[in-house]
Design a protein around this ligand. Structure first.
Ligand SMILES: CC(C)(COP(=O)(O)OP(=O)(O)OC[C@H]1O[C@@H](n2cnc3c(N)ncnc32)[C@H](O)[C@@H]1OP(=O)(O)O)[C@@H](O)C(=O)NCCC(=O)NCCS
Length: 137
């Protein structure tokens, strides 16, 4: 059974889709785009009854290994102040907050943007045991 997932895509400075243009505009002062490849993790999670067993760490470490091999320089993710489990997990996975955006009202809805620089030394700090099977679509 698939228990954990992540969906990611590249974001470039010259996006043409309105939502991505908006995202790049929000990040522009916090992430260096020119001459670098940025991977944006759009969504991710682990099924409730499978949490706390290292699945998300394993996925994240595999994503980092893949991203470095593809030539990405940085991975960026957005969450909300009230997504406490995700914030705690991203903290354990050593993501750094690069931007905090407060809406006009409820602070719990504030958006938190985090990133991690994809330097090769990172791979030596990976801890998960995993077997990778590539699916063909
Ligand atoms: C966040 C989430 C993906 C973690 O998945 P998981 O498979 O349980 O995570 P892992 O077991 O791989 O844990 C990874 C690390 O995060 C830590 N962690 C996991 N859950 C945590 C929590 N609730 N609070 C603090 N730290 C947590 C673990 O201790 C681990 O750190 P370690 O390896 O240094 O010990 C899962 O709880 C989830 O899907 N939550 C809901 C997602 C959500 O809020 N989505 C909203 C959109 S952002």
């Amino acid at each position: 059974m698939p228990v954990s997932f992540k969906v990611a895509h590249e974001i470039r400075e010259d996006e043409t889709e309105p939502k991505l243009i908006d995202l790049v505009d929000r990040l522009r002062d916090h992430i260096v785009f020119p001459g670098r490849r940025i991977l944006y993790t759009w969504i991710g999670g682990t099924r409730r009854d499978w949490r706390g067993q290292g699945h998300f760490r394993a996925l994240t470490e595999q994503q980092e290994m893949w991203a470095i091999a593809q030539g990405f320089d940085e991975v960026v993710v957005k969450t909300k102040n009230r997504f406490y489990e995700m914030r705690g997990t991203l903290d354990h996975l050593r993501f750094e907050v690069v931007k905090y955006r407060t809406p006009s009202r409820h602070n719990a809805e504030s958006k938190v943007y985090l990133s991690k620089k994809l330097v090769p030394e990172l791979l030596g700090r990976h801890r998960s045991a995993r077997t990778v099977v590539q699916a063909t679509i």
